[in-house]
Design a protein around this ligand. Structure first.
Ligand code: ADP
Ligand code: SR1
Ligand code: MG
Length: 436
């Protein structure tokens, strides 16, 4: 047993109170006496404990890793080291995009415990979107987060030695990567214990995807990218449950899946979760059409997320910040070379977009047929209504996996989503893929 495992214990509310009472700076932030602090465990994520603390002077958020997957239980052990990767990622992100992530206040490696800024009155974005809330500053904030963190941790910005050190720092987070490798790229396409779907409505579609070799080949190619393409430091789990925001302020939380991987994986996860919210809105309408405007807002956000990310990433690449070992300056010094390099930049972004389409699809499938579904859909009580939303998401996913070349722009993506939303099987027929 290693040293951190020996002194680890899962904290309850009272243990946490005494622990923080012994940390003068944190205790001062809460103010008053420890007995005055209000402490509540609010963790609604899949893996960890999260405590919210309020004292007379202020608040704190405390996250502790459990030695197993909370969602499943002790039968699925998981290393505590993920807390260390989360805090290392938070340090890096705080340096690159201060104000877009929570401030880190304290880390205890032995307890796998992170103390951070309490985000309030921020809400988890998924909850806000289920309620139909618009976030006017979200697109600018999230595209700053993505462009800045990916660019500055890529070979475009870093010398090779620094980039390789970064890869080394996060290489140990392989247990979390393995979760993704299994639950996103493998299990939804086989019979697996972790899978579930709205049954019997989606039985036919789930079975058809398990038999579809074109789909399985496409998703396996995406898995190879995930396994091998060390482009930049990713968040690793960038969905609408990892974003806390108000109408004015956006923060990205929970980077415990961070590793150096393909940028398109993060971008795809984000866009897929916006699209899942889009498809789910039919299940949250109280009258047909009363979410039409909100649906339009979501599709605008999807467009904005890609377009602004691409613009910002390209601007950084064209800027003096591009000091990395990729595309050496010495080889592209004159005006003609700059023209060639600009064509290359556009091609790199086009390739990134194509990979993003694939990763969108993989996330759509996993959140409807695999492990860890989204409350956006799970909270639709009527299974027929829920299945209709999910079947549309799966129809789009299949198109993106087998014919991504048909979607050449983000407008084409949102148009395809709008078309799939309106798809429904003929009256009385079940959701079979032959009807797609
Ligand atoms: P997990 O890693 O288990 O998914 P998260 O990091 O997503 O856990 O946190 C779980 C929940 O805790 C979030 O959905 C949010 O409600 C709350 N939370 C997490 N961090 C903060 C914070 N800094 N301030 C306020 N609430 C937080
Ligand atoms: C076993 S963990 C399931 C999911 O929870 C996390 O939020 C990630 O999305 C992971 O895939
Ligand atoms: Mg998490």
């Amino acid at each position: 047993m290693t040293e951190p495992e020996m002194s680890y214990r899962t904290l309850g509310v009272e243990d946490l109170r005494s622990y923080l009472a012994d940390q003068p700076a944190l205790a001062a932030q809460l103010g008053g006496a420890p007995a005055d602090w209000r402490i509540e465990e609010v963790g609604d994520g899949n893996l960890n404990l999260v405590f919210i603390l309020h004292g007379p002077a202020g608040g704190l958020a405390v996250k502790q890793a459990l030695p197993y997957v909370r969602l499943v239980g002790e039968s699925w052990p998981l290393p505590l080291s993920r807390a260390s990767f989360e805090q290392t990622a938070l340090v890096r992100q705080n340096a690159l995009v201060p104000g877009l992530v929570p401030k880190l206040l304290h880390f205890d490696e032995a307890l796998a415990l992170i103390v951070m800024e309490l985000l309030q009155p921020h809400k988890i974005m998924r909850h806000g979107m289920i309620a139909g809330t618009r976030y006017p500053l979200f697109v600018e904030a999230i595209t700053d987060f993505m462009a800045q963190t990916y660019f500055h941790t890529s070979d475009l910005a870093l010398p090779a030695a620094e980039k390789k050190e970064l890869m080394g720092v996060f290489a140990g987070n392989h247990a979390l990567c393995k979760i993704t490798e299994d639950v996103i790229f493998t299990e939804p396409y086989e019979i697996a214990e972790n899978n579930s779907w709205t049954s019997p409505q989606l039985d036919g579609i789930a079975a058809a995807l398990r038999e579809d070799l074109a789909v399985k080949l496409a998703v396996s190619r995406l898995k190879v990218l995930f396994l091998s393409q060390a482009q930049a430091l990713l968040h690793g789990d960038l969905h609408s449950g990892s974003i806390m925001l108000t109408e004015e302020d956006t923060r990205v939380i929970d980077p415990e899946f961070a590793f150096v991987g393909p940028i398109a994986f993060d971008v795809g996860a984000l866009l897929a979760n916006l699209l899942l919210s889009y498809f789910s809105q039919d299940g949250h309408e109280t009258r047909p059409g009363d979410r039409d405007d909100y649906r339009a807002w979501i599709l605008d956000a999807v467009q904005g997320c890609w377009t602004r990310f691409e613009e910002k990433f390209l601007d950084l690449w064209r800027s003096p910040a591009a000091q990395g070992d990729a595309y050496p300056k010495v080889l592209f010094a004159d005006a003609q070379a700059e023209t060639v390099l600009e064509v290359e930049r556009q091609q790199v972004m086009a390739a990134l977009f194509k990979d993003t389409l694939g990763f969108i699809a993989a996330e759509l499938v996993r959140r409807t047929l695999g492990l860890a579904h989204n409350i956006d859909l799970e909270w639709i009580e009527d299974p027929d209504r829920r299945a209709a939303c999910e079947a549309s998401a799966l129809g789009l996913a299949r198109d993106l996996l087998v014919a991504p070349e048909a979607i050449t722009s983000v407008s084409a993506l949102t148009e395809a989503a709008a078309t799939w939303r309106l798809w429904s099987p003929p009256l009385g027929a079940s959701f079979t893929p032959e009807l797609w």
